[in-house]
Write a protein that binds this ligand. Sequence first.
Ligand SMILES: [Zn+2]
Length: 268
Amino acid sequence: MNDLFEYFEKEFDNIIKKTEKIDKSSIKENIYISKENNIDIIFKYFKENQNLEKLKILTGFIKKFFIFMKKISGKYPKYKEIYIVENRKINNLDFSGINKGGNWIIIENFDNLDYWTFFHEMIHIYNFHSMAGFIVEGFADFLSYLFLTTNNFSTSSKHKRLIKKHFRRLKTKDFPLYDSLKKDYNKTVDKGYKNAQAYSKSFLFWKMIYEEFGIDPIKDAFRMSIKNKKMNAVNVKNILKKYTDQPISYMSGWILTGDYYHLPKLNF
Ligand SMILES: [Zn+2]
């Protein structure tokens, strides 16, 4: 458990309560994937005249997303209903999306949807309970990015700006990944950078692994993260052993402290 996680747990309950009062309307769209797999997407939106055409387009993206994720994770979501709820008040969290361990995804604004963040939250339908932050959040950021770029959907500028900003900072100061092996992590990491910095670095870590070894270690690690709720850096190291005899050289500076040696290419 980390403090950010606990913070969201608390905030989420408040948001749900507020959302129940403010949503004006809702619409249900069914996604038919196969005979065995049908998922209802329930959009709850704030505006009375929501652009339904737009929601239909989003439903199409979501269907593509589930098919993409079947290839990565080996499964479809366990939920038969997924709620996507608009809440204009969410930006006081400085986040535009949030998911609490399952089938409620809260977004800031349907009209100006940040797709990278949106699909980040959709990844949490699969992996929310994984405990190591660089695995759970790194995968949410990276797989969302991979889904969008693989399908030639644009990655949102808001999220892109965030990654770039943190990447510039990574050049001047090194940080261990979020929830790293270091026990004294909270004491040693500059508080101001802690959470957001580590999200970006976690994203870059998985992007680096993908660029070096392709999709297979990504699949291996993501599938393990769904099954093993306590997955940590040692498990990642063991997975990388299948692909390189020097896993630590890829993880050093990312998982462990010290200078980091491997920077991924950034093609934004
Ligand atoms: Zn997340």
